[in-house]
Write a protein that binds this ligand. Structure first.
Ligand code: ITT
Length: 196
């Protein structure tokens, strides 16, 4: 395993500005920087699991930059929709014509479900050139609420209320979301593994 200090030379294998911002906030207190990827690589997410897609992204960026790459594949699983959109979370928003339109559609689909249970999942994949990929998973349980509320965060945050809270992730401050998020939990596991 590389050391924590070497993490300053890693590249973050994502094109999602919301993820870049959150990783910056999560790593700042630790004085670890993971460079955002400036080159936009088009990596088809052909895997059928979060882990498979995270690995595809991490491998593509590690090969392109020749340094360790950290990828995040994440999404929202809605119990009443059989775990969808899951790995298709970003694609559902694109196909609906954006998040506001998707939220309206989901509200219609879930109108008979009083408190739709859902969970955010994040699988991180670290690919160090020449080594086997490493995976770390985080999960944030909660439920959905409509109409969307709040302007912080990104993606599905305005309709997701974490368990034990009464505000959406888009109403909670970044500090609160980052203390409990699926991304935070996965990153903590990665940092523990690096320290071991
Ligand atoms: P990259 O592949 O470039 O990283 P992406 O947005 O396509 O960007 P994913 O395929 O992992 O990444 O899809 C993740 C989607 O899941 C994301 O676009 C949101 O719709 C949703 N999502 C994940 N984490 C979230 C969070 O913390 N808050 C809200 N929505 C989130």
């Amino acid at each position: 395993m590389p050391s924590l200090l070497e993490a300053n030379d890693w590249v973050l294998a994502t094109q999602n500005p919301g993820k870049v911002k959150e990783f910056g906030q999560l790593l700042e207190p630790l004085s670890i920087r993971i460079r955002p990827a400036l080159d936009e690589l088009n990596v088809p997410e052909t895997g059928s699991t979060f882990a498979a897609n995270a690995q595809l992204k991490a491998q593509a960026y590690a090969q392109h930059y020749g340094v360790p790459a950290l990828a995040d594949d994440s999404g929202l699983m809605i119990e009443a929709l059989g775990g969808n959109p899951g790995i298709y979370s970003a694609r559902w928003a694109l196909e609906a014509g954006g998040y506001p339109a998707l939220f309206q559609k989901l509200e219609g689909q879930l109108k008979e479900v009083p408190l739709p249970k859902a969970a955010f999942i994040c699988v991180l994949c670290l690919v160090v050139p020449g080594q086997s990929p490493q995976f770390f998973e985080g999960r944030l349980e909660g439920h959905l609420t409509f109409p969307p509320q709040g302007s912080h965060g990104f993606g599905y945050d305005p309709i997701f209320i974490p368990a034990g809270y009464d505000q959406t992730c888009a109403q909670l401050s970044a500090d609160v979301k980052n203390a409990i998020s699926h991304r935070r939990q996965a990153l903590d596991l990665l940092l523990q593994a690096l320290k071991a």
